[in-house]
Design a protein around this ligand. Structure first.
Ligand SMILES: *Cc1c(COP(=O)(O)O)cnc(C)c1O
Length: 499
């Protein structure tokens, strides 16, 4: 199966090349030319699979130029008991008769990005060999906190690859900083940048676009690449857990064969929910998707009006991983919704660049609304829903999952026979510990405590074990102490590579 550009501006390429390139060089995203279909009969057969077997089955439908053995090797390296605290990888927690929480945070860094970033580096490593690339790949990442650590853990010790993460000096939490600076592995590098996240991001973008610097690197045997969420190699692994949660429900006799379920997804860059939509296009019985946003509610407005308008204030909220105004993966969704209309996609995304907004036609809007509803939650609602769910079910949500839960409550349920709904839980509650403790105990209670005291406090209150990746961070050796000026990233890279 080949991959095509959402803007019709690139040749058809095999999956290995799509993974290696990341995005279409002239703008646009790679998508599969044709979507593989899985029948209800096949689906029932898969219900006995473990997570790894299911991942092999789904991924081999998409990465068609990888052999079954290669895919197996990748899934074994990613989804094992060293990386995940359960071989279920994504356990499903039953909250009540019709509501289930899909816990996507059992990986090494306690957030859902692990599920894709634990496997994608192995795809990339294999893709390079397939394409005969002899250069060593240097992955550059600018992070506001979470992606950096997830990428470091994923790329750690993967052959033929090095990773350098830049984060804003004094611009991330103490725990996030320690998570990154204590990273082990012979190919991982972390540098603090004297500037904010935008400075880091802009500097990295500039480096990717700097022909002279890229040439300099190539001459010395290196090529630059990125690990960001628009790479198909990051999207495909996320399709797996939509099937997984469905099959769990089937196996536990919560649903009949072929019964439709709903998914509610806390959304930022639109990658997670888009993976669910691909699962639906493949034949997974889904009633609708609920797209949950925080106060950066550009997607809520889009789904309700057909106008995508980024002329609005950026808000920093207590669900920071969803503080996003440009949801890159929306482009893939619209490409599928319009039946692969590259012309329309071109027009809309050019308008977004030049005018900062675009409007889809009424027919497209209707199609969007047939499969998706959108709503948002306020910061204080997030806190009260964490408290309420904890009181009612003795279950602790993180702030991002709480956005999802609140929006799910707002959308209402059919009575008396509600559709079973799976809410994607994207982070372990301890990862956003101070907001979670604030939800339970109030702001004043939290304000005098440092992050490690807050972790302990949460543990004392809830009895929940502290996630392995967050525990004892203050006792680990700091391995990365580099710091640079915001104009100094190129020099930092040269120094790291000794070139
Ligand atoms: C990245 C992230 C999200 C948003 O996921 P998208 O795929 O960007 O929509 C939500 N919650 C957490 C905790 C995240 O890290």
């Amino acid at each position: 199966m080949n991959y095509i550009s959402t803007r019709g501006n690139f040749e058809n390429i095999p999956s290995a090349k799509a993974v290696k390139l990341g995005m279409v060089p002239r703008g646009g995203l790679f998508v599969p030319e044709k979507i593989p279909h899985i029948s209800t009969k096949d689906l029932n057969k898969m219900s006995a699979y473990d997570y790894r077997q299911l991942a092999q089955e789904i991924l081999s439908n998409y990465l068609t130029d990888f052999s079954r053995e290669e895919i197996e090797e990748c899934t074994n390296k990613a989804y094992n008991s060293h990386n995940f605290d359960t071989l279920e990888v994504a356990p499903l927690h039953k909250l009540n008769e019709s509501t289930f929480i899909l816990e996507l945070w059992h990986g090494p860094t306690a957030a859902f990005k692990d599920i894709a970033l634990q496997i994608m580096p192995h795809f990339l490593s294999k893709a390079k060999v397939k394409l005969g690339s002899k250069k060593e790949t240097v992955i550059l990442v600018a992070t506001s906190g979470d992606t950096g650590k997830a990428a470091l853990e994923g790329f750690k010790d993967v052959k033929g690859l090095k990773i350098i993460v830049f984060y804003p000096h004094q611009g991330v939490s103490k725990i996030q900083e320690l998570q990154m600076t204590t990273t082990e592995g012979s190919n991982t590098y972390v540098v603090a940048v004297k500037g904010n996240f935008d400075d880091c991001q802009n500097a990295v973008k500039e480096i990717f676009a700097d022909t002279a610097f890229n040439f300099y690197m190539n001459e010395r045997g290196y090529e630059l690449s990125s690990a960001n969420s628009i790479n198909w190699g990051r999207l495909a692994p996320q399709i797996v857990y939509y099937f997984w949660s469905y099959l769990q429900l089937f196996r536990k006799r919560e649903i009949q064969s072929g019964e439709k379920i709903n998914f509610c997804v806390p959304t930022g860059n639109f990658g997670n929910i888009l993976a669910g939509y691909y699962a639906f296009l493949m034949g997974l019985p889904v009633g609708r998707f609920i797209c949950a946003s925080n106060e950066n509610n550009i997607l809520t407005d889009f789904i309700n009006t057909g106008i995508y308008d980024k002329r609005r204030e950026f808000k920093k909220t207590n669900s920071p991983s969803m503080d996003i105004l440009i949801s890159s993966n929306l482009e893939r969704f619209l490409f599928e919704i319009t039946g692969h209309d590259g012309k329309k996609i071109n027009t809309w995304f050019k308008e977004l660049q030049s005018k900062e907004y675009f409007t889809v036609d009424p027919f497209t809007l209707k199609k969007i609304q047939q499969s998706m509803t959108g709503d948002f939650a306020l910061e204080e609602e997030v806190l009260s829903v964490i408290k309420e769910v904890y009181r009612k079910y003795n279950y602790l949500l993180d702030t991002h999952t709480a956005v999802g839960f609140k929006v799910f409550l707002q959308t209402g349920q059919r009575k008396p026979s509600p559709v079973k709904t799976v809410i994607c839980s994207t982070a372990n509650p301890y990862k956003f510990n101070s907001s979670v403790l604030e939800a339970l105990k109030g702001k004043a209670y939290v304000s005098q405590k440092n992050e490690f005291e807050i972790l302990e406090e949460l543990k004392n209150i809830t009895g929940l074990e502290i996630h392995q990746g967050l525990k004892d961070l203050n006792k680990k050796e700091i391995k990365h102490k580099g710091i640079c000026e915001k104009q100094g990233l190129r020099e930092a890279i040269k120094e790291i590579l000794s070139i």
